[in-house]
Design a protein around this ligand. Structure first.
Ligand SMILES: *Cc1c(COP(=O)(O)O)cnc(C)c1O
Length: 367
């Protein structure tokens, strides 16, 4: 039996995608091989990666002056590659200024890593209230090499309601947990990046979308594998790319396209999120810790209204266990923040959210 999987990542994939991957497991497209077994230099694999890139370009309406790269190392390696490529100095330890907005744990990690290569300025932070909101966008300075935001904050469940205006300073955004959840104007950004395992496919691939003029800025001491221009010059095949992951991403993108693309996904995602938020806002027992204007469509934390920490932890444990018994799994909050969290990415159907809301209502009546 398939469960409704609310995991924040790696997360649920659409069933038709898994079934197609299974059907092609031993013989992909009449080649007599699995995509896992193909040479990445073969024309068969080239058609796989080209199709995945073309679908991503189509679905996100990526302008032609942007490169699409399929890399490894997760979103976390981008925390290092971005400052290395955009702000590092001619000798290690020296670097230009970069502006970071601290809206959660991933944003903070990105800034901490960047400080090894750049002069990081935290322009604004919402740490004072446990990241329950997005602060007003700080102004970009003339010396900033780039301006970094985390568009959707997976752990705390916030998202930027508006994209900051940064003038000529390139805007860089971590979109790991919201890529393709709704339309996004790529032309407002210099660089976008996303680990695949939330809304795109299996773990192991990171998608980077970079404006061409931002390449070639890495200092000479940068390792080749960490340079965007090296990957771009070789069409993501400087070394062996994460072939199978790229193939599954292609299947997910085709599925999304068949369902009407990002505009239709946004409508479905809003309906799902509204269902949970309206339940939470009317519940006497559960509540959302996030300020209304900044609530994520993808990651919805909720906490029981119980002030005693020990009792609350026990309730949360019971909730997770009883939910799992009903086929609603992976609802525990992030280990650093506790509470509960439902991640409802593109692959989560409305019925799954309805089942969760129904379960929460029944649970609430028993306590
Ligand atoms: C999951 C996540 C990360 C970390 O991704 P890895 O691929 O594990 O490195 C970074 N940023 C955001 C917003 C995330 O959701």
């Amino acid at each position: 039996m398939r469960v409704y999987n609310f995991s924040p990542g790696p997360s649920a994939l659409p069933l038709p995608v898994l079934e197609k991957a299974a059907a092609e497991m031993t013989d992909a497209n009449g080649t007599g091989q699995s995509v896992m077994e193909m040479s990445h230099r073969s024309k068969d694999f080239r058609s796989v990666i080209e199709k995945t890139e073309a679908l991503l370009r189509e679905l996100m309406e990526i302008p032609s002056n942007y490169k699409v790269l399929f890399l490894q190392g997760g979103a976390s390696l981008q925390f290092s590659m971005i400052p290395l490529n955009l702000a590092a100095g001619s000798v290690p330890g020296e670097g230009k200024r970069a502006l970071y907005v601290e809206t959660g744990i991933w944003a903070k990690k990105a800034a901490e890593e960047a400080a090894k290569f750049a002069g990081v300025e935290t322009g604004a932070s919402s740490k004072d209230r446990a990241y329950a909101y997005i602060p007003a966008a700080p102004a970009a300075g003339p010396d900033d090499a780039y301006y970094h935001i985390t568009l959707n904050n997976t752990i705390v469940g916030t998202k930027w309601a508006e994209i900051p205006e940064t003038g000529s300073v390139p805007l860089v955004a971590d979109i790991s947990s919201c890529i393709l959840s709704e339309p996004l104007d790529v032309s407002k950004f210099g660089l976008l990046y996303a680990g695949a395992q939330k809304n795109l496919g299996p773990a192991g691939t990171t998608v980077v979308i970079i404006r061409e003029d931002l390449m070639g800025r890495a200092p000479p001491w940068t390792p080749a594998l960490l340079r965007y221009d090296v990957h771009a010059a070789e069409a993501s095949m400087y070394n062996t790319p994460p072939c199978y992951g790229i193939y599954v991403i292609g299947l997910v993108l085709q599925w999304l396209k068949d369902k009407g693309g990002t505009a239709a996904a946004a409508r479905r995602n809003r309906e799902k999120a509204d269902m949970l938020y309206s339940y939470l806002d009317n519940s006497r027992f559960f509540r959302s810790p996030v300020d209304k204007p900044f609530r994520s469509l993808m990651n919805i934390p909720f906490i029981p209204a119980e002030n005693d920490a020990e009792k609350r932890a026990a309730l949360e444990k019971r909730f997770a266990a009883e939910a799992a018994a009903q086929g609603l799994v992976n609802l525990a909050g992030h280990r650093l923040v506790g509470g509960m969290r439902a991640s409802i990415y593109n692959a989560m159907p409305l019925e799954g959210v309805r089942a969760l809301a129904g379960f929460m209502k029944r649970f609430e009546e028993t306590v």
